[in-house]
Design a protein around this ligand. Structure first.
Ligand code: ATP
Ligand code: MG
Length: 312
């Protein structure tokens, strides 16, 4: 279904690092490379389904470091950050590769909220208009995020000024006024226990859920009604969204009951750097269970969990 993951490097130091990882046996991987993006690289490497795009040299190389001249007939899944999506898409297209998601798809998915309603309701505006009070009807506490990933936080209005809920620091200088933002009511996400929020990251590939995992622990989703909700949502979005995207879903407390809702959709090319279950499923490399157990026990943030696993 997917022939290669393609990682992108911008700097020579990163290239060396990726080469180091590719060249290293997998046994000592967790000792030296806790970062989760690198775990994805290791999985693709183990399956020998890895390409590396050097943005500075405008060159794609394979697992042996040999320059790739043609990708015709190969389906490529770039794995990178927002800043590098344009260049990697252009390069794969130049080499004739079949992209899991192209630039048009990227734009459609980034603006998903314009086509797909949510239960809690999301308002699109500019940061400037928000600060100027054009959406006062939303109250003094909102979830605010930029449409292009840069900023997201629960914000509260104190003495007429919008501040981060947690720190009380004003947000006015954090984002340029012309930038597009999404504003929504704050919801209380349900929890499995003190640490684990009921939020799932789901990869929709060719219009079907391919992986469904808890967002925090990565554990595979097993609850039938949640799986059914995600399947039904993917079916509903068929033809409205491109066929491949990442769908984050949450369950939150509402009127004494629970509601399911979309958190957001993300372009698969630039979704996070922690898609371990996805990488394992795509390349058929067995999943390391111990990682999930540690994650659950510690209930830490994704990066913290990876760091903590080094200490054990
Ligand atoms: N309306 C809301 N009320 C409360 N919490 C929310 C709300 N929307 C999202 N969240 C929480 O905040 C997190 C970040 O939100 P979201 O994914 O929409 O923003 P983001 O900019 O993509 O952030 P990230 O890059 O961390 O995913 C979500 O994973 C969810 O846990
Ligand atoms: Mg998110």
């Amino acid at each position: 279904m997917i022939d290669y993951f393609c990682f992108v490097i911008k700097k020579e130091t990163m290239l060396q690092r990726i080469r180091q990882i590719i060249g290293r046996s997998t046994e000592d991987k967790f000792e030296r490379f806790p970062a989760l993006f690198e775990r994805e690289i290791l999985v693709a490497r183990e399956a020998r389904r890895i390409l590396v795009f050097d943005e500075a040299k405008n060159m794609v190389t394979d697992i042996d470091g040999i320059r790739v001249e043609c990708l015709k007939g190969k389906r490529i899944f770039p794995r990178t950050h927002v800043e590098q999506t344009v260049s990697v898409i252009a390069k794969i297209q130049e080499l004739g590769g079949d992209l899991i998601s192209d630039y048009d798809d990227y734009s459609t998915i980034t603006n998903w909220h314009r086509k797909i309603p949510t239960k809690r309701g999301i308002v699109e505006t500019t940061f400037g208009d928000f600060l100027a009070g054009k959406h006062n009807d939303l109250g003094d506490k909102v979830f605010l995020k930029t449409i292009v990933k840069d900023f997201s936080s629960v914000c509260v209005r104190k003495n007429g000024e919008w501040v981060y809920e947690k720190t009380g620091v004003p947000i006015a200088k954090r984002v340029k006024k012309a930038v597009g933002v999404m504003v929504s009511p704050v919801v209380k996400i349900a929890r499995d226990d003190d640490y684990i929020e009921r939020e799932w990251r789901n990869f929709i590939i060719d219009d079907e859920p391919f992986t469904m995992n808890n967002y925090w622990t990565h554990e595979p989703l097993e609850e039938g009604y949640v799986i059914d909700w995600i399947r039904a949502k993917a079916a509903e979005l068929k033809g409205i969204m491109p066929s491949c995207y990442c769908m984050d879903v949450m369950e939150y407390e509402a009127d004494g009951g629970l509601e399911m809702d979309l958190v957001e959709l993300n372009p698969p090319i630039a979704t996070g750097a922690d898609l371990i279950p996805l990488a394992h499923n795509i390349f058929g490399v067995p999943f390391e269970d111990g990682y999930l157990r540690r994650a659950r026990r510690q209930g830490l943030s994704v990066q913290k969990r990876a760091e903590a696993s080094l200490g054990e």
